[in-house]
Design a protein around this ligand. Sequence first.
Ligand SMILES: [Zn+2]
Length: 81
Amino acid sequence: MSNSAPGGAGVTSKAVDGFPKVLEAALKRVATCECDIDTSCYARLRSYSNQAIHRNLQRGIAFEPLECLAPSTISRRFTLE
Ligand SMILES: [Zn+2]
């Protein structure tokens, strides 16, 4: 099966290949902030465009799944076992 749409399969493949880096960047973003874990701030998660959901953005909630999925965390867990 092939995808002849411009940028179709090639773009998807690049997105999949880059996903571990996205996870790492997201983990670093939520792990390294000085605001409380049950809230968020403009340094990390908040922006003008998502202001309607600011009260729902809690970096602690974002941290847990990212810590489980990020490649550095996975490799660290394998090292420890
Ligand atoms: Zn913050």
